[in-house]
Ligand binder design. Sequence first.
Ligand code: TRH
Length: 380
Amino acid sequence: MARWDIFCSVVDNYGDIGVTWRLARQLAAEQGHSVRLWVDDLASFVRLCPAASSDAECQHWRGVEVRRWAEPFPIVEPAEVVIEAFACQLPSSYVAAMTASGTRRLWLNLEYLSAEDWVAGCHGLPSPQSGGLQKFFFFPGFVEGTGGLLREADLLPRRDAFQGDEQAQQAFLQSFGVVREAGARLISLFAYENPGLAKWLDALAADLQPTQLLVPQGKILADLQAWLGETQLAPGDNRRRGNLQIHVLPFVAQDDYDRLLWCCDLNAVRGEDSFIRAQWAGRPLLWHIYPQEEGAHWDKLDAFMALYNVGLMPEAAAAQAGLWRAWNAGEGMETAWPALLDTWPVLQRHAEQWCDQQAARVDLATALEQFYRNWLSYAA
Ligand code: TRH
């Protein structure tokens, strides 16, 4: 067992805390490490872990010590392994303590996820720091030579049990006031603001097959309200337009969000962490990528689609690419959506195969552990 410190600065949204909280729990539960998670915005943490406090200096959840990261930074002994998530700046007093201790410590920068080719070449590279310290870049990824994806050891067995248990799914949905209608397709919707939503909802409302759309509270609600001609949708609200039924959900606890994805036939997800969780659901997905300056996100989107589409029939690959491109461009999906439905069974099978293929790879927490062990033996 070693002591690990993970530093999380919440830049925007929930991805930073979502990833680090998940990683912290897994390192503690599966690798037996003593993990401290330093968070500069506990309010965001509370959204994912509602039982937590938004102002406690120190609290313990799921085997992790969660510490408020504020200035002045307290005097603490640095851990043996230090992770700065997404290039956040470690407190200068903490770095000074690492230098002064005279003990070698593994310092890692956990990077954002990308399927681009250059990632494998940069994963694990050292970066010398002042004071004789060394930092390593750790890149998650989908291919050999990267750090893998976050996946708890029991995730897929738990998913299988839940997906195989109709009653458990019904009870879960009913806890949000949702009753699944026979023959209805279930879609979850988590996305950034998107002007393309209206046309998609038009298409769903006019579709022969009924749809139930489950929308946790978030940025997309304003576009949904505009389409409905309303101003104040709240969790628990249900609306019907044609063959489309809309259910507004609260922002659910992180573990419940997995269950929501497991219930649905298609999951519209965004950013990084929900995007990965939708892949582990083994169901088709629609990704709203986090928009970057100068359109840098389009390269990331294309890189992922190129990987994901390997082995997929060309018609299905084109349909999926058409839908994802339209959604991310904020365009109407009135042609892309029916084209996707035409290849639906193929996309369903492919989502399962992709999930199995990714699950055969080493997960990110295990890859970090292996990196640490190699580093230790190299040091010895
Ligand atoms: O919130 P995000 O848009 O976060 C983003 C991305 O990480 C992006 O890459 C980053 O650059 C930017 O933040 C700063 O999307 P993401 O990554 O999917 O994180 C959402 C988290 O919220 C994820 O852990 C799932 C969780 N979640 C819940 O726990 N309950 C919910 O009801 C919903 C909808 C999400």
